[in-house]
Write a protein that binds this ligand. Structure first.
Ligand code: G16
Ligand code: MG
Length: 223
């Protein structure tokens, strides 16, 4: 293995609650019910796709023009970005910093494949930008997760063949994306959900990300 490609939200830090607050306020103003269940379904899904799912859920798909929808996503993002200021190095999930150090020591390349246009800003707030050899601009890929595009683009930018990459994800859409890209997939979450999505290795908590265990599982699978 030559590279590890990370998802951001739900793997490196928890921004789901901040997305929830910003989407909830927008949905309230549109008189659409929004709850944690729907928020869960938006994980890993890009901004406009997320808005479309919310409008669809509220039965209001046809009530807004494309220009109005862009304005709505901007309204949500302005609020979300203000909430991001709460993030600091303390917001990094347990074990992630140590894992990044191990990857560095093993001379592995490190990439970010997040659907978030705020990815670079979040890495800055967490003070871990320097660990990353590449960050994919989600605007540069044609299809969002579950399509493989964003993980393939990360491999391309790292100049590593996808079969030599490991992807780490917390969303089902993200696991599909990694597997379709032909990579080894680590799922952060419950065994049942992540295995069903196709994860090769499941960890329930980021503090259980241990390189020795990962590489053993990879070698076992490919032997
Ligand atoms: C993340 C979140 C999604 C969010 C998307 C776009 O994906 O999980 O809920 O809609 O980014 O974020 P933004 O509006 O900041 O561009 P990922 O791929 O990092 O899990
Ligand atoms: Mg995620």
């Amino acid at each position: 293995m030559k590279a590890v490609i990370f998802d951001l939200d739900g793997v490196i830090t928890d921004t789901a609650e901040l997305h929830y607050q910003a989407w909830k306020n927008l949905a309230d103003s549109l008189k659409i019910h929004f709850d944690y269940k729907l928020n869960e379904e938006l994980k890993g899904i890009g901004r406009m796709d997320s808005l479309n799912r919310i409008l669809n859920f509220g039965g209001k798909t046809d009530q807004y023009t494309e220009i109005e929808k862009i304005a709505l996503t901007e309204q949500k993002n302005t609020e979300y970005v203000a909430l991001l200021d709460q993030l600091s190095p303390k917001s990094i999930y347990p074990g992630i910093k140590e894992f990044l150090d191990t990857l560095r020591n093993q001379n592995l390349k490190i990439g970010l494949a997040s659907a978030s246009k705020n990815g670079p800003k979040i890495l800055e707030l967490l003070e871990i930008t320097d660990y990353f050899d590449t960050i994919v601009d989600p605007v540069s890929v044609k299809m969002g997760k579950p399509a493989p595009d964003i993980f393939l683009k990360a491999a391309e930018q790292l100049e590593v063949h996808s079969s030599k990459c490991i992807g780490i994800e917390d969303s089902e859409a993200g696991i599909h994306s990694i597997k379709t890209a032909g990579m080894f997939a680590i799922g952060v979450g419950t065994e049942k959900v992540m295995k069903a999505a196709g994860a090769d290795l499941v960890i329930c908590d980021t503090k259980n990300l241990h390189w020795d265990q990962i590489i053993n599982t990879v070698n076992h699978q490919y032997s």
